[in-house]
Design a protein around this ligand. Structure first.
Ligand SMILES: N[C@@H](CCC(=O)N[C@@H](CS)C(=O)NCC(=O)O)C(=O)O
Length: 257
């Protein structure tokens, strides 16, 4: 059995499916895709994932894409490989439904809004550093129309109104998570699940550094405590330090100045 994981730096989507691989103790071949060099749109990578995005899981030649799908796939394909404190997806239908509710919330209402701020601040610098004609050529290679638009917008920058609307979505999410953590120890219930991994990878891990004006430590103490508990997990620490191929630009993108 061979698992290959194609990914960029341990951040956002690339981190989100790397953590379950580590938590489950699954051995995998790590394939680093350099987003700075636009490898995700290059012919060799698009032959693997026609959408031209990371991460990708290759399980004995079967390609699985999209982090929430990858993470559920890992639960279905390797149900017995689990951390000592319990499975990453609750075994009871209600617990599994709660986990999926939070995954849906993060995927639809959090991920893109944190991403917009990250792209505005960092990917914009990369996009503007490329010559006009060269940039147009790079755009032509991007398979997904929405990603092509996102790269084009990164070059000009998002409007203040768009950025403010994205911040509102993030504040709503922080408040929702803070409230939930007053009721349960983890997002979906009293067990650590794929939902915690999802929110952590997209928002929890870097929200304080990206949005100091939100005064996260003061306003969301339960979230900070939860974030520390996730960070303290050996599998998470291993994922964060692993494959440290972070280029300076992307290190800043993750807020690690
Ligand atoms: N829905 C996808 C989103 C994947 C995604 O947005 N990947 C980003 C990295 S975090 C990417 O490949 N960006 C580079 C690009 O689109 O050019 C998932 O869950 O895997």
């Amino acid at each position: 059995m061979t698992l290959k994981y194609y990914h960029a730096e341990p951040l956002a989507n690339s981190l989100k499916s790397m953590i379950p691989l580590k938590e489950k103790g699954l051995a995998y071949e790590s394939h680093y895709v350099d987003l700075h060099k636009f490898e995700q749109h290059s012919a060799w990578f698009v032959a693997i994932n026609p959408e031209g995005q990371v991460p990708v899981l290759d399980h004995d030649g079967t390609i699985i894409t999209h982090t929430t799908v990858i993470n559920e796939y890992l639960e279905d394909a390797f149900p017995d490989a689990q951390p000592a404190d319990g499975p990453l997806r609750p075994r009871d239908p209600v617990g599994a439904a709660r986990m999926r509710y939070w995954n849906k919330f993060v995927d639809e209402h959090v991920m893109n809004y944190v991403s917009m701020h990250g792209w505005h601040r960092m990917v914009g610098i990369i996009a503007r550093s490329i010559e006009g004609g060269e940039f147009e050529k790079l755009l032509e290679n991007i398979p997904l129309p929405d990603q092509r638009k996102k790269w084009a917008t990164a070059r000009s920058g998002w409007s203040e109104a768009d950025l403010a609307a994205a911040t509102d979505k993030i504040v709503y999410a922080l408040e929702k998570v803070e409230k939930q953590l007053g009721e349960t120890a983890w997002l979906a219930d009293d067990m650590y699940t794929l939902a915690d991994i999802n929110f952590y990878s997209h928002c929890g891990m870097m929200v304080e550094r990206m949005f100091p004006e939100l005064e996260v430590a003061k306003n969301y103490p339960r979230l900070v405590d939860w974030r520390e508990r996730v960070t303290a997990r050996p599998a998470v620490a291993e994922a964060l330090k692993s494959e440290d191929r972070t280029t300076p630009g992307l290190r800043t993108w993750s807020g690690d100045r």
